[in-house]
Design a binder for this molecule. Structure first.
Ligand SMILES: *Cc1c(COP(=O)(O)O)cnc(C)c1O
Length: 404
């Protein structure tokens, strides 16, 4: 057995601003779903860099493509055409059935672009104070606008005044949505995650997605689906909303799109594709050749290696094994999610499991206090999923026995 990790370590990086509750671990390298820390200890990675490392660590084809790209050109600016933007955009359009793409570098930037699209959509119709419907427990990022759209008071605390123009409703209740917007001529868009990640892995039902789509059509609102975490194959479809058969008007992406190279994108359907004109929006890094190459190569590997199918197979296997091991325990509530985006809710806070799992060689996270979240690389094997279960379940059992 390895030595227990300390509960608390002194800040090891006095010059780095103290914004994260970090584990006392520094990772040095990885291979597939496995990573090693600077002391040589290995971990099975069920967090995947928070749903980022789509094709795992050190994937030979991704590494070769990025090496080649770095040797050609990393960045050129949007003063010039970047042919790889067209390559990746065409692919995203094909996979989503939407029309065009704006590139940025992070999830919050993709959501900022979506919020700007919605506001300008309103202004173009003569609505001077546009309002956007957002959801309880939502997470959309930490810029001033996206934290205002976020539903977690902890994310907002200390950063008021918040951006105005948001109406908040509970998930999966079309009548609440109708009631909250009744007779309001300023509503321009409905904005939610198909599966809430940070909020505790809560899915919008396929029914609700269809009802929201119909209401947006009826009222001429944009349907904007934040697929930053649940998109890019994680649930076994390219985008999680596709299980319901509908299409959004605006779809922000980031996390898994570049397998670790920062890439964000907003994909727009016909109603949103021509709202921005030159001068309306932009970013220095967005769409740079290195980022675009990462996106193109990530998608190519996903297609060649059947990673959507793998997400379903291994996700179902993991889910079944977890519910077999944990389902009958007092203190177990439910397993939620789809494919390789799973949340296990317990009836008590379980943040300490993150540290205990790491001590035992497994990387996971806990969101919303009581939900163990797993969003591993989409290359995870069923054998690795079994290993996750073998490490995690005894720790959960032990935690639940410890009383309050
Ligand atoms: C992580 C996340 C974001 C924010 O992405 P950043 O790249 O951290 O800015 C936005 N929306 C969702 C659903 C996310 O999971």
């Amino acid at each position: 057995m390895t030595a227990a990790l300390p509960d608390h370590i002194e800040a090891a990086s006095p010059h780095v601003m103290n914004t994260y509750g970090r584990l006392p671990i520094a990772l040095s390298h990885g291979q597939g779903c496995r990573v090693w820390d600077v002391n040589g200890k290995s971990y099975l990675d069920a967090l995947g860099g928070i749903a980022v490392n789509t094709v795992g660590h050190n994937h030979p084809r991704l590494v070769a493509a990025l090496r080649e790209q770095v040797g050609k050109i990393i960045h050129s600016s949007n003063y010039y055409h970047v042919p790889l933007q067209e390559t990746l955009a065409a692919k995203l359009v094909e996979l989503s059935g939407l029309e065009n793409v704006f590139f940025c570098s992070t999830g919050l930037e993709a959501n900022e672009a979506a919020l700007k699209l919605a506001r300008k959509f309103g202004h173009d119709k003569g609505i001077e104070r546009p309002e956007i419907v957002v959801y309880e427990k939502a997470f959309h990022g930490r810029s001033i606008a996206t934290l205002s759209a976020t539903g977690n008071p902890k994310v907002q605390a200390g950063f008021g005044p918040l951006v105005e123009g948001f109406i908040r409703v509970p998930i999966n209740d079309i009548n609440e949505l109708k009631a909250a917007t009744e007779g309001n001529p300023n509503v321009v868009a409905v904005f939610f995650e198909a599966i809430q990640g940070e909020g505790g892995v809560h899915s919008m039902t396929d029914d609700y997605l269809r009802q929201a789509r119909a209401l947006c059509d009826e009222r001429d609102w944009l349907l904007m689906i934040d697929e930053v975490q649940c998109g890019m194959g994680r649930t076994g479809k390219w985008f999680a909303h596709q299980w319901s058969g509908i299409k959004p008007d605006v779809m922000p992406l980031a996390k898994g799109l570049g397998s670790g190279v920062p890439v964000g994108a907003v994909v727009a359907g016909p109603r949103a594709a021509h709202i921005f004109a030159p001068g309306n929006h932009g970013t220095t890094f967005g769409g740079n050749p290195l980022a675009m190459r990462a996106g193109v190569e990530t998608i190519r590997i996903m297609e060649e290696d059947g990673l959507l199918e793998n997400a379903v197979t291994v996700g179902n296997h993991l889910r079944a094994a977890l519910s077999r091991e944990l389902g009958a325990l007092p203190g177990f509530k439910e397993i939620r999610g789809r494919g390789l985006m799973l949340g296990i809710e317990l009836t008590k806070p379980c943040g300490t499991l993150v540290n205990r799992a790491a001590e035992n060689g497994l990387l996971i996270s806990v969101t919303a206090d009581t939900v163990i979240r797993m969003v591993p690389s989409l290359i995870m094997t069923t054998a690795e999923a079994d290993e996750v279960v073998a490490i995690l379940c005894p720790l959960v059992r032990q935690l639940l026995q410890e009383g309050v």
